[in-house]
Design a protein around this ligand. Structure first.
Ligand SMILES: NC(=O)c1ccc[n+]([C@@H]2O[C@H](COP(=O)([O-])OP(=O)(O)OC[C@H]3O[C@@H](n4cnc5c(N)ncnc54)[C@H](O)[C@@H]3O)[C@@H](O)[C@H]2O)c1
Length: 461
């Protein structure tokens, strides 16, 4: 992606220059100027002043979890919905409030040490990149971005500026997921040849794009909500709040919503890079909403924990594999609604989503295992089956990293790879049942018709 173009678009409200003019005149020079060298570090500081972009929905959870760290001061709140903003301000009356994150960065940069981005997916990259450009560490919700080019740009800028970053996959820091990672890497089932992962949730939408428009509620700035996405009329119940995740221009369907969480442990445990081939068996695309059910098959190259190739099958919605005979569990137990199965040379590991111990299956029977063997130094501590106490760990790790006391376990270097994998499956949904070949060096599909979906429109707004 032309990051320089996006950043320039974000800085000049209602910029009149179009993308082509901009690229013709100044891309290379500006690109270099906007990416100054130099890292970022806060050491010896007592408090981290946080800015929160998107404070309704999950943003409110993120706000409370970050603020529960004793060394955090919430200094800025930003939301395009005045109702969401007012609720957050009730909790943090001393924080400055903003509607436009560009204005927040332009006028209050010196009051912010770190940024939390909890907006809909299409705004993750614009809101994060602008903060990163100002050397701010960023905690960004999952999936990291809406487009592959954005994920790569986020990773690049984080690396070039040596920034502390974390993606909002809080279960990454939960006991059972860490234990499963240690078991797989400790060889509990030998080398893994297949992963199956699933969710019975359905963030698809098969209706037509709505006609006409509804009055924009007074408390919502629709232009800012759309941000860099293409302009369109406001319609109630289609977009804001939450329903945007069903729609191709703003979210990533079930794969991007639940897939990121459920992919995370097998992806991390097997030390995977991006896939080589991707096929999505789903209904014909309608250009507006995602399919209600997807079966995505990926192949990956070998890693120290896999056989020569690894096959990965994701199923969601009504295709979630409840009745799949090949996935039958001992004692005729029902598959959990969401989870992952690792198939290895010596057995199978089931990881339910979530807050349950992994289950080891050998020769069709559950087998006891000795946790100490996989966690000899008790680095994982005791399992805590309480979301409210487990969940803040991932957020606190980010703040501790900002204070120089920890490092992040889901930084953008990792999150961008995982997100790219998810997004390639999402793009494959545009070409049902066709195998796409991904060239990671070139960051292009061999099937050139798919490359148009790697980048967004980057509207000036
Ligand atoms: N990690 C998790 O468990 C988890 C759970 C739910 C959602 N999420 C993620 O959190 C993000 C938000 O999801 P949600 O369900 O809360 O959505 P939502 O639509 O309910 O809330 C989004 C909030 O962001 C605000 N917003 C939208 N555009 C904005 C902009 N340009 N600037 C500032 N504020 C803006 C909205 O007004 C709203 O308050 C998504 O990326 C989603 O994937 C993560």
């Amino acid at each position: 992606m032309e990051v320089a173009w996006l950043l320039e678009t974000l800085k000049s409200e209602n910029a009149s220059m179009n993308k082509r003019d901009f690229l013709k005149t100044s891309a290379a020079a500006l690109g270099a100027a906007l990416l100054p060298k130099g890292g970022w570090a806060i050491t010896g500081q007592q408090k981290i002043r946080t800015a929160h972009i998107g404070v309704g929905g999950m943003g409110m959870e993120d706000l409370k979890a970050i603020a529960s760290h004793p060394q955090v001061v919430v200094s800025a709140l930003c939301d395009v919905d005045q109702k969401a903003l007012a609720k957050a301000q009730e909790l943090f009356p001393n924080a400055k409030t903003f509607t436009d994150y560009r204005k927040m960065y332009a006028s209050f940069s010196e009051g912010i040490d770190a940024v939390v981005v909890s907006t809909p997916d299409h705004t993750h990259a614009p809101a994060s990149l602008l903060g990163m450009e100002q050397n701010k560490p960023v905690y960004c919700q999952k999936p990291l971005t809406h487009h592959v080019t954005e994920a790569r740009a986020m990773k690049k800028m984080a690396a070039e500026k040596n920034l502390i970053t974390q993606m909002g996959i809080q279960v990454h820091s939960f006991y059972d997921y860490k234990l499963a990672t240690q078991m797989i890497q400790g060889g509990v089932i030998g080398k893994v040849h297949t992963v199956r992962a699933w969710s019975n949730k359905n963030w698809g939408f098969d209706g037509p794009a709505p006609k006409g428009n509804d009055p924009v509620p007074e408390h919502l700035d629709w232009n800012l909500w759309l941000g860099t996405a293409a302009e369109r009329p406001y319609k109630e119940n289609y977009y804001h709040p939450a329903n945007w995740r069903k729609l191709v221009d703003f979210g990533c369907g079930t794969l991007g919503d639940m897939g990121v969480h459920i992919f995370d442990t097998p992806y991390n445990a097997l030390a995977l890079d991006v896939p080589k081939t991707i096929k999505n068996n789903c209904r014909k695309p309608n250009g507006f909403g995602y399919a209600e059910s997807n079966k995505v098959t990926y192949t990956f190259g070998q890693t120290p924990y896999t056989t020569e190739t690894l096959t990965w099958i994701w199923e969601d919605g009504y295709k979630a594999p409840r009745k799949n005979k090949a996935m039958r569990l001992p004692n005729n137990d029902q598959l959990p609604d969401q989870g992952a199965l690792f198939y290895g040379e010596k057995g199978t590991l089931l990881l339910p989503h979530f807050m349950q111990l992994p289950k080891l299956i050998v020769d069709g029977k559950y087998q006891e295992y000795d946790i100490e063997k996989y966690d000899p130094e008790n680095t994982l501590g005791e399992p805590i089956r309480n979301y409210a106490t487990e969940s803040p760990k991932h957020y606190h790790q980010f703040i501790d990293a900002c204070l120089g006391k920890a490092s992040c376990s889901a930084p953008f270097s990792y999150a961008s790879r995982l997100t790219e994998t998810i997004l390639l499956g999402v793009i494959a949904g545009r070409f049902p049942n066709k195998t796409l070949h991904w060239d990671t060096e070139k960051a292009l599909f061999e099937e050139s018709e798919a490359n148009q979906y790697l980048e967004g429109v980057n509207r000036s707004f």
